[in-house]
Design a protein around this ligand. Structure first.
Ligand code: NAD
Ligand SMILES: NCCCC=O
Length: 399
């Protein structure tokens, strides 16, 4: 499927950073212009040292690659701590690195539970930097641990991203992007656009389209041809998502479609993609990250109201706007409090473009040149180039 090549391009990401690493030497000694002729100055970018890379269970290989490729390209030694729920692909990655001749000790994989393996790694005095991807709650703990040794951190955390749909869209195209933005890989994406904010004048028709598109999603064993939605990752996650849905119902929301186990799948952690309406901004379903196939919906009447609803979250990872009015899209792009904005789409991402969030979605950027900077420290070098003595202690001083 074409989508895999824009999303899961592990090899492409390694190639991209290998190319950037080649250019790194040329970029060394980047001159700094100074206001005094007797000095010249330049900047050296150097590997930050030993880096701890702590990653989540979703997209386990891709999330590891987003850190391992730039860290190695920058010249760091890395310790990768994958999620205890999804370690095997990362062990395979290490095997591939060994096969292609990476020297022993440059990439190390540390498997184990968060509190047993991740926490000691984060607070280890010989770790010079922590690059973390995971939940905001764990991110906060990592930051606390790093603060004890004044260690730099970059944090890629959760989200509750909005998708704003205006009245001038093609309803089918918009419906497809809306359900893809939330249900793709079961909503187990940090940037899932899981809050739909739709113009009230098209809401009724748009809901019909969404339900039609959603009912056409093939839910099955992922190895089955045509599967577009598989099981969620674990029993714990399955129960957590069902609890979100039941809480939404008890708080007065309406389940427009889904909300349960698909009838044809009696076993496994399968859930119907779910759309929830009659949502208020104080409800849990509006405020908290589900990390499952659950879309919640609100309507708006003015652009200002749409922006206010979009930014009504502690998170700030992604945001999407669907409209044929590109000036309006630009206004929303500027107004969104988010690190990633999609216009007339949701979710595509490329390893050349920066990735990361604001607010409680974290800080720092992965991917692109920004991803390399995560693993480099900047050294200023200033040289005295005049033949004259410095002359500070001579009177009158030249300064
Ligand atoms: N912003 C992004 O790019 C991005 C990408 C993918 C996932 N995520 C987020 O990740 C979350 C889902 O992943 P998860 O459930 O694996 O997250 P999590 O926070 O539970 O775990 C992430 C990693 O941290 C480790 N860990 C747990 N406690 C720790 C501690 N005290 N010290 C050190 N390490 C510890 C875990 O073992 C795991 O390896 C969601 O919130 C999702 O939005 C964000
Ligand atoms: N497209 C990959 C997004 C990873 C976040 O969960």
């Amino acid at each position: 499927m074409a989508v895999n090549s824009i999303q899961d391009d592990v090899a492409g990401c390694f190639e991209y950073y290998a190319d950037l690493a080649e250019g790194l030497d040329a970029k060394q000694k980047a001159p700094v212009s100074l206001p005094m002729e007797s000095f010249k100055s330049y900047v050296l970018k150097e590997p930050i040292g030993v880096v701890a890379l702590i990653t989540p269970w979703n997209y386990p290989l891709l999330m590891a690659t987003w850190k391992v490729a730039p860290a190695l390209a920058a010249g760091c030694a890395a310790i990768l701590k994958p999620s205890e729920l999804a370690s095997v692909t990362c062990l395979e990655l290490a095997e591939v690195c060994r096969e292609v001749g990476l020297p022993p000790g440059v990439l190390n994989i540390l498997t184990g539970l968060g509190h047993e393996a991740g926490a000691p790694l984060a607070s280890h005095p010989q770790v010079d930097k922590i690059a973390f991807t995971g939940s905001s709650a764990t991110g906060s703990k990592i930051m606390t641990a790093a603060a004890q040794l004044v260690k730099p951190v970059s944090l890629e955390l959760g989200g509750k991203s909005p998708i704003v749909v205006f009245e001038d869209v093609d309803l089918d195209k918009a419906a497809e992007w809306t359900i893809f933005g939330c249900f793709w890989t079961n909503g187990q994406i940090c940037s899932a656009t899981s809050r739909l904010i739709v113009h009230e004048s098209i809401a009724a028709q748009f809901f019909e389209k969404l339900v039609q598109w959603t009912r056409n999603i093939k839910i099955s064993d992922p190895l089955e041809e045509g599967c577009r939605l598989g099981p969620v990752v674990s029993g714990g996650q399955y129960e957590k998502i069902l609890k979100f849905i039941s809480t939404a119902k008890s708080e007065g929301a309406t389940i427009l479609c889904g909300g349960d186990r698909p009838e044809h799948l009696k076993k496994g952690f399968f859930l119907e993609p779910t759309i929830i309406t009659d949502v208020t901004t104080s409800m849990q379903i509006w405020r908290e990250e589900v990390f499952g196939p659950v879309l919640c919906v609100k309507t708006f009447s003015t652009e200002e109201e749409a922006i206010e609803l979009a930014n009504d979250t502690h998170y700030g990872l992604g945001a999407a706007v669907l409209s044929n009015d590109l000036e309006r899209c630009e206004r929303l792009t500027k107004a969104f409090q988010a690190g990633i904005v999609w216009i007339n789409c949701s979710q595509p991402c490329f390893c050349q473009a920066p990735w990361g969030g604001n607010k409680r979605s974290g800080f720092g950027r992965e991917l692109g040149e920004w991803g390399l900077d995560n693993y480099l420290s900047v050294k200023q070098v200033t040289q005295y180039i005049s033949d004259e003595p410095w002359g500070w202690y001579k009177s009158p001083s030249k300064l």
